[in-house]
Design a binder for this molecule. Sequence first.
Ligand SMILES: Nc1ncnc2c1ncn2[C@@H]1O[C@H](COP(=O)(O)OP(=O)(O)OP(=O)(O)O)[C@@H](O)[C@H]1O
Ligand SMILES: [Mg+2]
Length: 241
Amino acid sequence: MAALEVSELTVEVASRIVVRDVSFKVQSGELHVLLGPNGSGKTTIINAIMGVPGYRVVKGSIKLDGVDITGRPVDERARLGIGVMFQRPPSIKGVKLGELATRIAQIHGSKLPSVDLNISSLLSRDLNVGFSGGEAKRSELYLLLSQRPKIALLDEPDSGVDVENLALIGKAISSLLEAGAGVLIVTHLGYIMRHIPTKTKAYVLIDGRIACRGDPETVLNDILEMGFDWCRECETPLANS
Ligand SMILES: Nc1ncnc2c1ncn2[C@@H]1O[C@H](COP(=O)(O)OP(=O)(O)OP(=O)(O)O)[C@@H](O)[C@H]1O
Ligand SMILES: [Mg+2]
């Protein structure tokens, strides 16, 4: 049973506080959804949880299975079981996708993913070099699955993905949940949620703070219908629990 507990997380980036007092808890088999306008701090939260240098936690804590990992280096957090599907993963010449996935699986004592992500033609290519937007998303998810994470943080896994590949990505994320991972997804339009049966909780981040939280389908429908302004002006946030 894995648990990621983020408490009052406040993050400074480039001498500016970008995320303030963010708290939530993700447990095994749960899917949590982080929504919010561009620049509201969603990726910053993920980077801070992963320990990416430059994202300084100035207040609050990050605990994995009850252990405070707030000051731990990024590689240690990965070994402990936190994995990220980055919004914009880097291109790396000379590193083949297939070889990197094999190495990641070896380090984590896991097997290469058996779930279909339509990436067989990409395995012998340099990581992300010339990959289409959708190919980069699928290969990034493939690398994450190779790690077999306890807690998976997925930054916009559905952006720019066509309908068929969206279904493959949804199945792969469902397989993560079935294997007992706790999952946090950042999405703008929420299409990916149609392909994942589990939906635990949604959070709306406005200017670095959680403005409201509630049932994912209700929150998403309200946002798609009314935008984020209703949330900014909301006097009775959806059950702030
Ligand atoms: N490394 C950095 N250096 C300087 N500013 C940064 C850095 N990382 C994030 N920021 C700033 O912090 C703010 C939040 O950025 P973040 O990437 O977390 O937003 P986001 O909610 O993920 O947006 P989007 O939906 O566009 O991906 C933005 O104003 C961004 O420019
Ligand atoms: Mg982002």
